[in-house]
Design a protein around this ligand. Structure first.
Ligand SMILES: *Cc1c(COP(=O)(O)O)cnc(C)c1O
Length: 386
């Protein structure tokens, strides 16, 4: 049977049962959000203090199984702070993947550090443990107790894998490699709230993990992010640094080191608390939408990007592989012209000008996925309502 690209669009229109614009990932709000945010406004505590921030942190720690959560203004800042707390300093190297949102790379650059990119997997679109391991074996040496990238002489300070589209990468193997080389693991779990590897929530495998609550993520606080950690000392320092390093005092403004103004405002946390109350429903809906796509594409020339072994994805953003770049371009063109929003994979970071001088390994899978991958509509609000 010959399937035309239009068949995919017809299927998406049936799923969403609408002739109107279909977005890639729209947030879902109902009366709960209006009530909780209304409450927050009435209390006047919309800004830097208030009960919702602590409530949101505690609820998320409980939901993910982390000992502690520290809420900040967005995911990029969360990653910046996490890498800083992991000991990354100017001139250091942080190993990450090229197939990621630019925020991952920007957080590294802002520390004055340099990213090195390793490839993603064919099994899951996150960091490939074999690529990480062979890079480290071929390019590093221990000098004076520090792991040095031999071609540049720079210290390697951290490894930051990303669970692309919510699909967990093989994080336990990555963790073992990090342990073997004595490297801190800082997970970019911005897209993977509700995703598990071998029953453990993503973001909890290393020293620190970060989440994002941007408007397009699985739940949103408008803008927001969070550090997750089992290390109390790190959580306390994250809180302290993100709140201008202010010493607790009833009336003195006393600060004991250079701090940041990164805390999540109470009104954003209020929205987050409301969103969390429907999180299980959203997660179920994301997984059943993915099951419908999996089913549809199983009998087609295009491949649905599925979760790997031992893992449970939140299926935040569904993705398919077209047969080649030309077909990808044709489908992106056709779908967007018909008001069905689709997107290519992020342009790989190693091909962006600000990362041009970064080292990278051969990245065949990254480049192939950039040529062939398309993200397809993954909002679930409309599906829950109907
Ligand atoms: C969304 C996202 C972030 C953080 O984004 P913010 O908009 O700053 O919250 C970081 N990394 C990845 C992979 C993301 O998808």
């Amino acid at each position: 049977m010959i399937m035309k690209l239009q068949t995919i669009l017809d299927f998406i229109r049936t799923l969403y049962n609408t002739d109107e614009f279909i977005g890639l990932h729209e947030p879902y709000f109902d009366q709960t959000e209006l009530d909780v945010v209304h409450d927050c406004i009435k209390s006047t505590f919309v800004s830097s203090t208030g009960q919702y921030v602590t409530e949101f942190e505690n609820l998320l720690a409980k939901r993910t199984g982390a000992k502690r959560g520290v809420a900040v203004v967005n995911g990029t800042e969360a990653l910046y702070l996490a890498l800083h707390l992991a000991g990354v300093t100017p001139g250091d190297i942080v190993i990450t993947q090229s197939a990621t949102f630019v925020g991952t790379g920007n957080a590294i650059l802002r520390l004055g550090a340099i990213p090195i990119f390793v490839d993603i997997g064919r099994d899951t679109p996150g960091m490939n443990p074999e690529a990480l391991s062979s890079f480290l074996k071929d390019n590093t040496a221990v000098q004076h107790g520090r792991l040095i990238h031999t071609p540049s002489g720079r210290r390697i300070a951290a490894v930051t894998p990303m669970h692309t589209f919510g699909i967990p990468c093989r994080i336990i193997e990555i963790r073992s490699i990090c342990d073997e080389f004595g490297l801190p693991l800082v997970e970019d779990a911005a897209e993977s709230l509700g995703s598990y590897y071998k029953g453990r929530h993503t973001g909890l495998f290393g020293l620190i993990g970060i989440l994002s609550f941007n408007g397009n993520k699985i739940i949103t606080t408008g803008g927001g992010g969070m550090l997750l950690t089992d290390d109390n000392a790190i959580a306390d320092r994250a809180k302290h640094l993100s709140t201008t390093a202010k010493k607790p005092h009833p009336y003195e403004f006393d600060h004991d080191e250079p701090g940041f103004n990164m805390r999540m405002p109470n009104i954003n946390a209020a929205l987050g608390v409301a969103q969390l109350s429907k999180f299980d429903r959203l997660l179920d809906a994301q997984r059943s939408l993915a099951a419908k796509y999996r089913d549809f594409f199983s009998d087609s020339p295009w491949r649905f990007i599925d979760e790997g072994a031992n893992s449970q994805s939140n299926f935040w953003l569904n993705a398919i592989l077209m047969r080649d770049r030309a077909e990808r371009d044709e489908f992106l063109q056709l779908s967007n012209a018909q008001n069905v929003m689709t997107r290519a994979l992020w342009k790989p970071l190693h091909s962006l000008p600000m990362f041009a001088s970064s080292f990278h390994q051969p990245l065949p899978v990254t480049e192939e996925l950039y040529d062939r991958l398309v993200n397809i509509p993954s909002s679930v609000g409309r599906l829950i309502k109907s």
